[in-house]
Design a protein around this ligand. Structure first.
Ligand code: SF4
Ligand code: SF4
Length: 226
């Protein structure tokens, strides 16, 4: 739909453009949809404070100042609940409140919803054991600390590299271990622990290679790989 068409629009024609462009962030009002299983854990992931995300207003990347829970996207960036063939939302009756407020011709309702409290892992995963695990992971693998250690590589050299590698290994090993120990699906770890650090580090211009002995090697991400 062109912006000229949007100027005269007064209702949603269900073209699906917004669903193909991105996925919604869950607001606290959406929590019952997750606890009731309408939106399962495996379809969600957590963005943690400090994680660089696309700034839709100014462009480029900016660090998140709060934790967010999002619906997963396809490789093309569409919401996973968008059915391309039927051009429809698979959970329309239970879609997140941000989607219900979405009007591409007028963002007033969306901005009101957006200003209300966002859902967090504490709201969704009420199990005390899981919340302790999240706390321990945050203490060892915070993204703010990861960025600070990456910045310190130039001045501190080997010790900062060792610190970064230790964080990557802890995060990696925990992800391998918890599905079996806690009997959860491996897809659910992106909600419980956020996205893997080996992926997030690419947003800071580094990439990780795994050596034959299982150890990690840090290298610079080439611009063509970003
Ligand atoms: S709100 Fe989304 S689905 Fe509705 S007309 Fe606008 S872009 Fe299309
Ligand atoms: S949940 Fe449904 S309405 Fe919302 S972005 Fe996904 S497909 Fe679109």
């Amino acid at each position: 739909m062109t912006s000229a068409e949007q100027q005269h629009q007064t209702y949603c024609v269900r073209c699906g453009e917004c669903c193909q462009a991105s996925s919604p962030t869950l607001q606290r009002e959406d929590v019952p949809k997750v606890t009731a299983g309408v939106i399962p854990w495996r379809d969600l992931y957590t963005l943690r404070p400090g994680e660089p995300v696309r700034d839709n207003v100014r462009g480029g990347l900016k660090p998140l100042d709060q934790e967010l829970i999002k619906l997963r996207e396809t490789g093309q960036g569409a919401c996973i609940y968008y059915d391309e063939e039927d051009r429809a939302c698979r959970i329309y009756e239970h879609r997140p409140v941000q989607c219900a407020a979405q009007k591409c011709w007028d963002d007033t309702d969306f901005m009101k919803v957006h200003a209300r409290p966002k859902a967090t892992r504490k709201d969704l995963l009420q199990d005390p054991g899981l919340l302790r695990l999240i706390q321990a992971h945050e203490e060892r693998c915070s993204i703010i600390e990861l960025e600070s250690q990456i910045k310190a590589i130039q001045s501190q050299g080997e010790s900062a590299v060792t610190h970064v590698l230790g964080m990557l290994k802890f995060d990696h090993d925990l992800r391998e271990m918890i599905p079996e120990r806690l009997e959860i699906a491996s897809e659910e770890t992106d909600l419980i622990l956020g996205r893997p650090l080996v992926r997030i580090i690419e947003r800071f211009g580094l990439k990780v290679a795994k050596e034959a002995d299982g150890s990690f090697l840090l290298t610079v991400l080439e611009p063509s790989e970003g």
